[in-house]
Write a protein that binds this ligand. Sequence first.
Ligand code: ADP
Ligand code: F6P
Length: 320
Amino acid sequence: MARRIGILTSGGDAPGMNAVVRAVTRAGLQKGMEVYGIRRGYVGLLTGDVFEMDERTVSGVIQRGGTFLYTARCPEFRDMEGVKKGYEMCKKLGLEGIVVVGGDGSFRGAGDLSSLGINCIGVPGTIDNDIQCTEYTIGYDTAMNTAMEMIDKICDTTQSHDRCSVIEVMGRKAGYIAVNVGIAVGAEAVITLEEPYDLNEIAKKMMQAKKGGKTHFLIVVAEGVGQTDVIAREIQEMTGMESRVTVLGHVQRGGSPTVRDRVLATEMGYHAVELLEQGIGNRIVGLKDGKVYDIDLQEGLAMKKPFINRRFEIMNMTAF
Ligand code: ADP
Ligand code: F6P
């Protein structure tokens, strides 16, 4: 069993990261481990910016967005030189295991550190849901709920002005947020990188619907497409409807986590501690068929994640 473990949050923050830290801390302590918080991801590991946590350190954090451990991107950790420095710091601090909450970049660092003998466990924390080996990443549900609420508000003013609103949602290169939010707000179209799109076709359907009495339209665009303002301009030119662009941006990364994010964060954090208790490292914790499981880190990163094509199809078939 790892006697002293660390936990860090890395890459973009996500609502629910604090709930993972809380679960790892409390469960680790109950199992007789010492638990250290590492500030600002791998940056804190390299500089030794760590502190010992007790049960009360994580009081009142389960409902807080962001990460109280702070997060950062640490270019130095991308090279084996940096990872070796991290390994030496682990030895100096007596850290035998580390829980890394983040995305696939953070997991690659965790894999490198594991290869040197520090047991690292990856817990998926990103709003994008773009980690290959898990059906779900912590923060995804909260981000989608936030986007839905924001777009519902946009819909009110879009309707009042007989306009078309083109709304860009986050997701890096992935369209998972876009498709689900598109369904949830009743968008007329969702544009992602994963599925081909035809603006002429969308404009044609809009014109037909307008003839039938429809007065306003919502189009959700995944940020990875990278053309939201051009799309809005072209839709306006093709349909003659006044169009407006809203880029939701970082509002989607904040806020109090939903039930789903808090519960899964707690389950996944607990699972990570169980692995470290057994002296196991180099694993990613994920969700498979609705159940928390773990998989070899490199194997998990090499997997290909299927897109939600069926849901995309359903969105299109129910849009007008
Ligand atoms: P995410 O974990 O959300 O994908 P990043 O890709 O920014 O976010 O990665 C977070 C951090 O993980 C980076 O700043 C770096 O310290 C580390 N990292 C990223 N890619 C690698 C890599 N290929 N090898 C080792 N460490 C990496
Ligand atoms: O990975 C989470 C995410 O919010 C992506 O959806 C987005 O592309 C990116 O991070 C934004 O990163 P930054 O916070 O560096 O602007």
